[in-house]
Design a protein around this ligand. Structure first.
Ligand code: DC
Length: 229
């Protein structure tokens, strides 16, 4: 089974997808982390991010791996770039903003989409990003689209950044990111035709997870396929 979650930055996609994957025993694919890995590589290796060909080469050549670390007290999706762990390094605003720029390049997208499709080939997966239900897994079994009020999203992002940025500048940076993600020519962020829309503005993470699981179960009841409890 393939479940896709698309939506705006800081709408709750990642946290929800990760928890749903844990509860249902699905593999979780964080595609934003892949664009972030390309961005980090370019920053660290002083690749000109406006040189589309050079960035496309990076996206083709780098090795990106997700490893799920599961212990009694921790369930973490760790990301490795050419064998080096970059789980925390990719989570800065600078990397997010460069990721949004390199994500506008057609060749970068096709290289990463190919990797994503390979990852989704075998198992039950929940895959999260901007173009997952519209491009990467167009035939997905369940499609979700998440969004929330910009002020609430900025508060969440601010918490993630441990309040190192003021709310107004986070709002501005989210607006810029939304615009770049929605207006680009290649696979812009949009609501997949057959998606269930979840507005997370007033929802807790637990409620978001509940809603997504309910949508999956409903699909399951209708198609009478099998999901582990
Ligand atoms: O979800 P995120 O903030 O980690 O994603 C970082 C950037 O990557 C985001 O601004 C847009 C881009 N992205 C994309 O274009 N397509 C995806 N499937 C996932 C992310």
């Amino acid at each position: 089974m393939i479940v896709t979650i698309d939506g705006t930055s800081a709408s709750g996609k990642s946290t929800t997808a990760k928890e749903v994957a844990r509860k249902l025993g699905f593999v979780y694919i964080d595609t934003g982390a892949m664009y972030r890995a390309v961005a980090l590589y370019c920053i660290e290796n002083r690749i000109n991010i406006h040189d589309r060909k050079a960035v496309a080469d990076v996206s083709r050549k780098i090795n990106i791996r997700f490893i799920r670390q599961l212990t009694d007290w921790l369930d973490e999706n760790r990301i490795f770039l050419n064998g080096r762990e970059v789980t925390n390094l990719i989570r800065t605003e600078e990397v997010g903003s460069v990721a949004s720029t390199v994500a506008t390049y057609k060749d970068v997208r096709s290289n990463l989409v190919e990797k994503q499709r390979k990852m989704g080939r075998k198992e039950n997966v929940i895959c999260e990003g901007r173009d997952i239900g519209t491009v990467v897994f167009e035939d997905a079994d369940v499609k979700i689209y998440m969004d929330a009020d910009i002020i609430e999203r900025a508060r969440r992002r601010q918490r993630e950044l441990e309040r190192t940025a003021d709310l107004q500048s986070v709002i501005e940076s989210l607006k810029k990111r939304d615009e770049q993600d929605k207006m680009r020519v290649e696979s812009p962020l949009k609501i997949p035709e057959d998606a269930v829309i979840i507005d997370t503005t007033h929802l807790s993470i637990e409620e978001e997870v509940e809603k997504v699981i309910e949508v999956i179960r409903e699909h399951d009841r209708q198609s009478s396929s099998f999901i582990n409890d």
